[in-house]
Write a protein that binds this ligand. Structure first.
Ligand code: CA
Ligand code: CA
Length: 300
């Protein structure tokens, strides 16, 4: 049985008091239908971002209350399937993004999907590689706009948060209150112009509590690697956070001594920028799973 949640069930900020749209048991598959990050406001290349109502940017679908989840529990969110729409939207915003000083004109580009490639201006074919931009759980207090990433997840724009990935987040409130949106059909690390190929879509997931208490989250697992994610006001701080979170995982969970941890991270790890354009910047540190295996460790 799959529980479906339509894209009419949306929210724009993560708060501990948001009202769940559905309550599900752990391990049950849930299909979330998502809007694109503009909530479908830009339908053609003639519609520029000055038409945009910014109150409706970055909608997430949910929140989903997951039964039996308590604050402090580490939730494994298994992203079973991520599907994207037949076309995507990109924009330029003068003054915004890493090239905001050079970009002087607003532009909207619609990118149709042709088989497994996005077509850019009838010229360039970009391989389709769907991912989820906004994904998270409620914070313990206050409210966090969906545009901002943090320890709760949010707008991390991390391109390995995709179909087949397991995302680990720590619940801050009962039921976790999970939601996601802001899918991209493709995006490069950094997301430098402020967007990926923005698309509506669907996310099929299931969530369960796993025995990884105090795991430094957000944390990601793919077939080949694990990654620690950190968001902070600067890339320097986010990089340092991601490096330290991965080191803590390798020392505390995998039981690799710190000197070996440092050397192995230096030899085989990868420090990558997820995005450099949101209110907080996001960096991940990737580490290959084959080394965890050498140390007799397996993710749950
Ligand atoms: Ca985003
Ligand atoms: Ca986006």
């Amino acid at each position: 049985m799959v529980i479906k949640v339509s894209r009419d069930n949306l929210f724009f900020k993560f708060t501990p008091t948001m009202q769940p749209v559905v309550r599900v048991e752990q391990g049950v598959e849930v299909l979330l239908e998502t809007h694109d990050c503009f909530k479908g406001q830009l339908k053609s290349e003639k519609e520029l971002i000055d038409k945009l109502n910014w109150d409706y940017v970055n909608p997430a679908t949910g929140p989903v209350f997951i039964e039996g989840v308590n604050p402090g529990d580490v939730l494994q969110i298994d992203l079973v399937k991520v599907d994207v729409g037949p076309q995507s939207t990109m924009i330029t915003v003068p003054g915004e993004g890493a090239l905001g000083n050079k970009i002087k004109e607003m532009e909207t580009v619609i990118l149709p999907l042709d088989g497994d490639a996005l077509v850019y201006k009838n010229k360039v074919r970009i391989p389709k590689k769907p991912m989820i931009g906004v994904i998270g759980v409620a914070p313990a207090e206050g409210e966090i706009s969906n545009g901002t990433p943090g320890t709760h997840g949010g707008n991390m724009d991390c391109l390995i948060i995709a179909e087949g990935t397991k995302l680990y987040l720590t619940a801050n409130v009962e039921g976790a209150l999970f939601g996601c949106g802001d899918l991209h059909t493709a995006m490069g690390d950094g997301e430098i112009v402020v967007c990926g190929a923005e698309t509506p879509g669907t996310v099929l997931f299931k969530a369960q509590v796993v025995d990884l208490e105090k795991l430094p989250t957000p944390f990601v697992e793919t077939d080949e690697l694990v990654a620690a994610i950190c968001s902070a006001p600067t890339i320097d701080e986010a990089a340092s956070g991601a490096i330290h979170n991965m080191a803590d995982f390798l020392v505390d969970f995998v039981k690799i001594p710190i000197n070996d941890t440092g050397m192995l991270m230096s030899l085989a790890g990868q420090l990558k920028c997820c995005q450099v354009v949101n209110p907080e910047k996001t960096v991940r540190f990737e580490f290959p799973k084959y080394i965890l295996k050498e140390y007799g460790y397996q993710m749950p």
